[in-house]
Design a protein around this ligand. Sequence first.
Ligand SMILES: Nc1nc2c(ncn2[C@@H]2O[C@H](COP(=O)(O)OP(=O)(O)OP(=O)(O)O)[C@@H](O)[C@H]2O)c(=O)[nH]1
Ligand SMILES: [Mg+2]
Length: 205
Amino acid sequence: MEGSKRTEPRIFKIIVVGDSNVGKTCLTYRFVEERFPSNTEATIGVDFREKRVQVDTEIIRLQIWDTAGQERFRKSMVSHYYRNAAAVIFVYDVTCEQSFRNIPKWITEADQHILHTDVPRLLVGTKNDLESQEVIRQRAQRFADANFLPLFEVSAKSESSQSQINAIFLTVAHKLKQQKPLIPKPPGQPVMIEWEEDSRSSCCG
Ligand SMILES: Nc1nc2c(ncn2[C@@H]2O[C@H](COP(=O)(O)OP(=O)(O)OP(=O)(O)O)[C@@H](O)[C@H]2O)c(=O)[nH]1
Ligand SMILES: [Mg+2]
């Protein structure tokens, strides 16, 4: 109800990584703006996009980090990308074999920066509106299965992929909704503060 006191929607950071030119910007733009961008340039550092989605009865805010694929535009940013990331989307281009072959490199990078094993990860193949497909679905599926990654093949360009692209982010949102703490508790016992038996020599003493 308008005006009634509600808690602020929870925010989850999702990072989107993959080679340059695979279509990360177009994919995230399509999800947030529901259209294909008229022109894109290589992302420098990161572009932020945000969208609220409803999961069951809860509204959550997805803060999407559209990262740079080009090494020179990302190298000083890598640790920022992964810090507090709640989910990772790995992207390759179905018309570019090399971008698929590089996915293990992106997975390794994520492994090096994300210590929690419960961070959802997905694999997305883009540009499936194009004829010149180099990465066939079955091969990508075998790789995805072996790495426990849900696989989506989409086109940011084609209108008919909108619902599939929404499904990618809704899949992430559903997984995240079940994760309660936003700041994960570090392993181990809480640190107790020890009080001196006679602590009267304080400033108030
Ligand atoms: N046909 C087709 N072209 C696409 C699609 N998605 C992206 N492109 C084109 O691919 C090129 C690169 O797209 P971007 O989204 O800028 O790629 P990126 O992964 O963000 O690249 P970096 O920012 O350098 O990492 C652009 O020319 C897009 O128009 C798609 O689904 N279909
Ligand atoms: Mg980009």
